[in-house]
Design a protein around this ligand. Structure first.
Ligand SMILES: Cc1cc2nc3c(=O)[nH]c(=O)nc-3n(C[C@H](O)[C@H](O)[C@H](O)COP(=O)(O)OP(=O)(O)OC[C@H]3O[C@@H](n4cnc5c(N)ncnc54)[C@H](O)[C@@H]3O)c2cc1C
Length: 516
């Protein structure tokens, strides 16, 4: 018999999982990542429960932007909905995020005279993503972002400032009133409660349960789970009559999993994420037959500071200053890279420098651009410093003073001409030369920020299996999915991604025919 004839034809997802190939692929993926949860991994292929403890039409895993948006839409479509969250509080990374929501043609853009379009946003996403984005998914986000933002506004979220993120062609980051994702999450949370979704914290999804046809029919959870104690909590089984929606976020805090995908990302690199940003729910989906993609595209934030923990305040200082102030390598006293370059370009350039670099601005640029709270808190934390003269600043960072001052003169000449002859940094029309004391500066060193890869979904937010067909009864949205952003996620596009696809997932999951 030839090799060809030995291969089963029309391999179903279930058949695939029974083959060596499938098991090996999955086993390979789970090594290390589940080191601390071996009990759960062996249970993954386990049997149907004898009885279900609870039953809902739709079960959503995760309480970030994607999960709450999905829950509201599923509830609006008259499904019964439970949202589970393993942490003691709701919100995930969404509640600690910087509140920048990229969308084209918005009110804030119109007020600022910015010309934009969904097509331009799509092109920017594809270019930054090195064309590894699934075009259909990127397009769905770019073309759906404005409506998603206005939907958040209709639920009470306020966006009051327009900002820029490296890699975008125009200013299109609509920032929330408090420069935090909490403004959106809390409005979504209130709405989800108001429409009657049941939200349960300290409940961890351990495994998905499939019936004999491979349809996802529910899950095993641990109720009363106390992160990160894997022995805490009581096992329960929840039936999903229509579908499960995975919105469990990314895995930036999952050291074994992220190092398996990108071995450079050891503990030298901190993360901006909340501690629960780990990948076990994603892997549980893979063990139930879902396919993953581009897991090794893991984004480092180039704007984080080694002088504060987690995300901190410096990102909001740095990102507002790019295009208004220079980024300097203290070893040389000179600029070294395009300040408005995308995240990957800048993080790679800083890692090449080998030590923290600085971003700086003067007393024109900083009060104009930086949210006062971020400046004050960054200064209180000691991560943002204030100097009376350029000499003081140079001495503090051990820079060659004369070289540095000449470099600032050169930068200022570029600002006057609105053209950077050295690195082609975008210089905004209202930027002015960096001359007015006092000066402010912060050190930058990258931290692990976003995982671009994840579960394969289609434009209906339906998860695909290893047979390239939808996994019946399984939807996903937000950072747990892959393909929207390709190699590099542009700043402010995760909010758009999560709300656009969260809503799609919620609507479509509610339309499924109940299995029992
Ligand atoms: C500090 C920071 C700032 C950011 N700023 C911006 C910004 O300004 N603009 C922008 O567009 N993007 C930003 N991002 C990225 C963006 O916030 C995230 O990509 C987005 O919040 C992800 O949302 P999500 O709904 O997919 O997941 P999350 O908000 O992370 O929610 C997932 C939830 O699922 C829970 N969960 C995980 N596994 C399980 C399990 N097994 N059982 C039960 N629950 C589970 C997690 O605990 C978590 O609460 C930022 C990210 C960070 C970390």
């Amino acid at each position: 018999m030839s090799e060809d004839t030995k291969k089963p034809k029309n391999l179903s997802r279930r058949d695939f999982l029974k083959t060596t190939g499938g098991v090996a692929a999955i086993a390979g993926m789970t090594v290390g990542a589940l080191a601390g949860t071996a009990k759960e991994s062996s249970a993954a292929a386990g049997p149907m429960p004898k009885k279900w403890d609870d039953a809902y039409d739709v079960i959503v895993v995760g309480t970030g932007f994607a999960g709450l948006a999905a829950a509201i839409e599923a509830k609006n479509a008259r499904a019964t909905v439970a949202v589970i969250e393993k942490m003691p509080v709701h919100g995930g990374n969404s509640i600690i995020n910087g509140g920048d929501f990229c969308a084209p043609d918005t009110k804030l853009q119109k007020a600022a005279g910015v010309q934009d379009s969904a097509e331009l946003m799509y092109k920017d996403m594809m270019k930054a993503g090195q064309y590894l984005n699934q075009p259909e998914l990127a397009k769905t986000v770019a073309y759906g972002a404005k409506d998603a933002l206005e939907w958040c506004e209709s639920l009470g979220a306020r966006f009051t400032k327009l900002g820029f993120h490296g890699g975008h062609s125009v200013k299109r980051a609509n920032q929330t009133v408090n420069a935090s994702g909490s403004e959106v999450v809390n409005k979504l949370y209130d709405k989800a409660n108001a429409v009657g979704a049941k939200i349960e914290t300290r409940t961890k999804m351990v495994r998905l349960i499939a019936n004999k046809d491979g349809r996802i029919v529910g899950m095993e959870v641990k109720k009363g789970y106390k992160f990160p104690d894997e022995n805490s909590g009581k096992t329960a089984f929840i039936k999903a009559k229509k579908a499960v929606i995975l919105t469990s976020g990314g895995f930036s805090r999952d050291l074994p999993l992220r190092q398996l995908q990108d071995p450079r990302l050891n503990d030298r690199f901190e993360s901006t994420n909340q501690p629960g940003a780990t990948g076990e729910a994603l892997l549980a989906a893979c063990m139930a037959g879902a396919m993953d993609l581009q897991m090794d595209w893991i984004q480092l934030g180039p704007w984080t500071s080694p002088d504060e923990k987690g995300f901190g305040h410096v990102p909001l200082f740095c990102e507002r200053l790019v295009g208004y102030g220079p980024m300097i390598n203290p070893k040389t006293g000179k600029r070294f890279f395009k300040e408005t370059g995308n995240r990957k370009e800048r993080a790679d350039a800083i890692i090449l420098v080998g030590d923290p670099v600085i971003i700086m601005g003067d007393s024109y640029a900083v009060p104009k651009q930086v949210f006062p709270n971020a400046l004050q808190k960054g200064m209180e934390a000691g991560a943002i410093k204030k100097f009376d003269t350029l000499e003081d600043l140079a001495k503090f960072y051990n820079m060659p003073v004369d070289v540095f001052k000449k470099e600032i003169d050169r930068w200022n000449s570029f600002v006057e001409q609105k053209k950077d002859a050295d690195f082609d940094c975008m210089i905004f029309p209202d930027a002015k030369p960096t001359v007015t004391a006092p000066f402010y500066a912060a050190r930058l060193w990258p931290k692990v920020h976003h995982t671009m890869g994840g579960l394969v979904i289609d434009k209906n937010a339906q998860v695909k299996g290893f047979d390239f067909k939808p996994v019946k009864g399984l939807y996903a949205a937000g950072e747990v999915t892959g393909g929207v952003h390709g190699a590099v996620r542009l700043g402010g596009v995760a909010m758009a991604d999560c709300v656009v696809f969260g809503r799609i997932a919620g609507k479509n999951a509610a339309k499924e025919k109940a299995w029992g």
